[in-house]
Design a protein around this ligand. Sequence first.
Ligand SMILES: [Zn+2]
Length: 346
Amino acid sequence: MKKPLPLLPTSTVGSLPKPSWLAEPEKLWSPWKMEGDELTQGKQDALRVSLLDQQVSGIDIVSDGEQTRQHFVTTFIEHLSGVDFEKRETVTIRKRYEASVPTVVGAVAREKPVFVEDARFLRRQTTGPVKWALPGPMTMIDTLHDTHYKSREKLAWEFAGILNEEARELEEAGVDIIQFDEPTFNVFFDDVNDWGIAALERAIEGLKCETAVHICYGYGIKANTDWKKTLGSEWRQYEETFPKLQASNIDLVSLECHNSHVPIELIELVRGKKVMVGAIDVASDTIETPEEVADTLRKALQFVDADKLYPCTNCGMAPLSRTVARSKLHALAAGARIVRNELAAA
Ligand SMILES: [Zn+2]
């Protein structure tokens, strides 16, 4: 029997810091410190701790904290055939920074489930609502070099089919919300509107659970903070893609808000959708006060109905320290509580 959701249910975008005994902290792509069975158990223990941190903080929709993956895109791709991780090329990710990435050398396929066992494990630990994040098709192709399909669109459709297989099994495992991370939706506007949203809808085809898309300005790493400085005083990127997302079958839209230059009225463009409003900055170690969180939520309430407002973080918290991340989770829940009480009293 699952608990019903309160008004303004809180959640995180997905990733949380890993314990230092599992992987080097405050680092992306941090290598595991264990191997074999020990690593499997280490990941499960970390997942349990991460879940407990969320529960103790008062987070309503919990996740695995992405404790079993090294990176939100790479780990999924590692499990697919058709991609050669030895054959690496340097590409420019999101028109922003160079990275050495693996190469698509043949037809891509999911030979076995990727995260389904992990999701079952999480499901056994809690009766509360559970959200699971997967990379979106467009973000996957942006993190690869392709010598086989030679078409971004074609490869995205292949990945959409693969993601759909995985999503159906995650739903079967008891996941309540499946979220696709599509930071590239803030960069390649023509592609998003031509085929990106269509590919995303292919990925959620036939699902009965709720579905979400997360679109952000990235982790608080230098390449992203430098890029943000070039975007000017008003970040209107969401304006390019929200109208089409509003008309799509996606149930929830997760967006960056607090400390960003996103004009809050852009939320109006997805009116009717549930909106995961980022009220926690993941690019700063400064802990938001509950009142600051409440303030962001009150502003958002002008453009989203209260029953559709889901307080959230701006992005994943993997690169933060565990102490900072925990304090931010507490602030998020406390801020949501303030506004919940205000709404109840109104
Ligand atoms: Zn993000």
